[in-house]
Design a protein around this ligand. Structure first.
Ligand code: PRP
Length: 196
């Protein structure tokens, strides 16, 4: 995979001073999402998959991807969280909000914004797999350098370097999700001591 270039930010961007540049442009995202949608459409031809978005980060990718899937698919959401005290290194997760639709017997396509250590998706694929007939994973971004546990990814938009990424659904402290591209957050923003 060719190394990704960091592109300049728009002059008028409200948070320009906090970002180092654009890693994946809106045009690159749109083109890749169209390819992924076409591939998913081919792979599930004649079937009726349940697309399961993992909140919150996947919401923008999911909305664009769904419009590129030419199938009578279902849609639902799930919210998961790390269980208990984060100071104790446990990768046990908990489902905060369960999907409304039954998963039993369905072919479920989990949609994520990013796979980092892999703990969330490894756990979630197992959880969904206890009910579903089949589980596949589609992620916009894959950060393999950070992987701590193996997770099989069926559809990947972009392999990305180990930078703090925000935008197109991804946040830092619940900000930047609304950017229409994936940008690199400057280290001084997330290394800054919390305001008291
Ligand atoms: C992000 C992302 C994945 C998870 C990936 O979610 O959406 O769910 O982290 O990390 P991992 O591979 O190291 O487990 P986050 O917890 O930031 O919540 P959000 O989706 O609400 O932004």
């Amino acid at each position: 995979m060719t190394p990704m270039r960091v592109e300049p930010l728009p002059e008028s961007l409200y948070c320009r001073d906090q970002l180092a540049g654009v890693l994946v442009t809106a045009e690159q995202i749109a083109a890749r999402v169209a390819e992924l949608g076409a591939q998913i459409t081919r792979d599930y031809q004649g079937d009726r998959p349940l697309v399961l978005g993992v909140l919150k980060g996947s919401f923008m990718f999911l909305a664009d991807l769904l419009r590129q899937i030419q199938l009578p698919c279902g849609l639902d959401f799930i919210t998961v969280s790390t269980y208990g005290d984060e100071a104790i290194s446990s990768h046990e997760m908990v489902v905060v909000e369960e999907p409304g639709a039954p998963l039993e017997g369905r072919r479920v396509l989990i949609v994520e914004d990013i796979v980092d250590t892999g703990h969330t998706l490894a756990w979630l694929a197992d959880w969904v797999g206890r009910s579903a007939a089949e589980v596949r994973i589609c992620t916009l971004l894959d950060k393999p350098d950070r992987r701590e546990t193996p997770v099989h990814l069926d559809y990947v938009g972009f392999e990305v370097p180990d930078e703090f990424l925000v935008g197109y659904g991804l946040d830092y402290a619940q900000c930047y999700r609304n950017l229409p591209y994936v940008a690199v957050l400057k280290p001084e923003v997330y290394e800054r001591p919390a305001e008291s």
